[in-house]
Design a protein. Structure first.
Length: 497
RNA sequence: UCCCCUGUAGCUCAAUUGGUAGAGCGAGCGGCUGUUAACCGCUAGGUCGUAGGUUCGAGUCCUACCGGGGGAGCCA
């Protein structure tokens, strides 16, 4: 606290807790004595002897208008340094504002410049910046309206996720981030290893500087050439691509569970909808079939949408006004309708019967392409929908096999503009059928010994799904690039900040 | 990873058939103003992504590489 006294030029910021701008604007009483801290968005001077300062502290979209008369002690000395981006601690009295754009404003009695921001070099301007540019200054972009709003909505969604499951008696389970089970089969995995030593390892530096050594040596070699028995974990380890299989362990012991954490995919996919590191929510429910799973997914999405609209009304209005004009309409449409449920077979029938030239013609047994999913949810039904009972040949081993011998109890939730937002299934809980499926998929049953044990001992029907947090945020905010709804995006060739 | 487009002042963009750079915003200075995307005037600021090549001459054409965007596959 003492250090802070010095840094703030004697004003004890920490001990006299600042009010948040959001609270002041909403319920601040004129006449109240308050102090606030935040960052300057703009300053407008009047030569008649006072300045207007727009102060933002991140608590909400709106700024607090601060009026500073020239006779405020010390103000004349620092006014020229109160530039966009500088940080202030201000004491004053709340007053009704004569201006039309705010209910109250702060008449300053003391002002303390905590940190300057050189106007010539500070990258953020009052005008709009492109998201591509802001991505290059990810350390400053949360100071913009858009990224502040995204951070608040993201926070709201996270709270909503926990609330949704906690109020329904789900147990939050922490599944491992480092995994040695190769059994997930969902895409490329990042290897976790100490075989190359640390960055400070002298031998590494020496090797890297050897001119004769060509760059495509160790790192490009096939995994099989490495001696993982001597690695940290004694076998090949990776970053998780899903917590599902582990969640099934707890779901078949303790009742409904959910996991919520980072997930990693080493796919070299460069699109506005993919990240190498993203956050995923995965509920897993015992004594539940696919119908129950679909209902849970629908209730879940509706709850998140509803909570965001209620708790982040200003931010959501901003997205609707400035980012994507259809956001509120889309979200209200989600709340107002039952999700349309159709089988994969029906979906294929619809697609093949419509008079349109598809880039990828579909026949039963093929994966639905993005263009087909978009057509179904955006044009044919014009609302969120669920496609279920997919061909068993295009789905993973763990999905419950239907009696028809051709399909599995899988489901995808499709929403307008984003496409697939949830993927889930009823799990195959019959030991004999699971073994058949493992063989069909060319997997080694020995590797799945513990997963198979869950079916040998007290097996129960169960189901679950996965929702990508960032895809949900795309839906909520209308943002177009997934790199802009996560604070620090990781994509191929990009892991800055 | 594949296809298409793109890379010019701090930011967003312009520069006719190849003739050696311009605007708006931002910044600095001045003016005006209970202002609020404020407004008005003046000033500064660019080895035109990098490396080669064609040409008397290249921001403009060609090649490679590196960024960025859009679409696709895979998926969440």
């Amino acid at each position: 606290m003492r250090d802070n006294d010095v840094a703030s030029g004697g004003l004890n910021v920490m001990s006299s807790q600042s009010a948040r701008v959001a609270a002041l604007l909403l319920e601040g009483e004129p006449g109240a004595s308050v102090n606030v801290s935040g960052w300057v968005r703009t300053r407008r001077d009047s030569k008649q002897g006072f300045s207007f300062i727009e102060l933002n502290d991140g608590s909400c979209m709106a700024n607090l208008q601060v009026v500073v008369d020239a006779d405020v002690p010390g103000f004349a000395d620092i006014v020229s340094d109160i530039t966009t981006g500088s940080s202030l601690h201000i004491t004053g009295e709340l007053k009704e504002s004569p201006g039309a754009k705010q209910r109250v404003e702060l008449q300053a009695t003391a002002i303390d410049l905590l940190g300057t921001a050189d106007a010539e070099s500070y990258p953020l301007q009052k005008k709009r910046h492109s998201f591509e540019f802001l991505r290059e200054i990810a350390h400053l972009r949360p100071r913009t309206n858009t990224f502040g709003a995204i951070a608040r909505v993201r926070n709201c969604v996270c709270r909503s996720i926990h609330d949704f499951f906690q109020t329904r008696g789900f147990l939050n389970v922490q599944t491992p981030i480092i995994t040695t089970s190769d059994c997930e089969g969902a895409g490329e995995m990042f290897t976790v290893t100490t075989l190359f030593g640390g960055l400070n390892d002298k031998s590494q530096e020496t090797r890297a500087s050897e001119p004769a050594r060509n760059s495509s040596s160790a790192l490009d070699s096939p995994l099989s050439t490495f001696d993982f028995q001597n690695d940290f974990f004694g076998k090949h380890a990776s970053l998780t691509v899903s917590g599902q299989l582990e969640a099934e362990i707890y779901a078949t012991s303790l009742g409904p569970v959910y996991t919520f954490g980072p997930t990693f995919r080493a796919e070299n996919s460069n699109t506005a909808r993919h990240l190498a590191e993203f956050w995923m929510v995965e509920p897993e429910v015992p004594f539940c079939d696919l119908d129950g799973d679909m209902q849970l997914a629908e209730d879940f999405i509706k709850t998140i949408v509803s909570d965001s609209l209620h708790h982040c009304a200003d931010d959501m209005k901003f997205f609707n006004d400035r980012i994507e004009k259809t956001v509120l309409e889309t979200l209200n449409n989600i709340l107002d309708h039952e999700f349309k449920r159709i089988s994969y077979t029906e979906a294929v029938d619809i697609i093949t019967s419509v008079d349109r030239k598809w880039e990828y013609p579909v026949k039963w047994g093929d994966n639905l392409q993005a263009e087909h999913e978009r057509y179904l949810t955006e044009e044919h039904f014009k609302q969120p929908m669920i496609v279920f009972d997919y061909p068993r040949s295009i789905k993973p081993f763990y999905m419950y096999c239907n009696d028809d011998g051709k399909t599995v109890r899988a489901m995808d939730v499709l929403v307008p503009r984003v496409g697939e937002i949830i993927g889930g299934s009823q799990r195959e809980h019959r030991a004999d059928v699971l073994d058949i499926r493992l063989e069909e998929c060319g997997l080694d049953p020995e590797e799945y010994w513990w997963y198979r044990d869950l079916r040998r001992y007290g097996t129960v029907p169960h189901a679950g799904f996965g929702l990508g947090l960032e895809r949900m945020l795309l839906l909520l905010t209308g943002m177009q690039n997934i790199r802009d709804v996560i604070p620090f995006p990781r994509t191929p060739k990009h892991a800055d900040f």
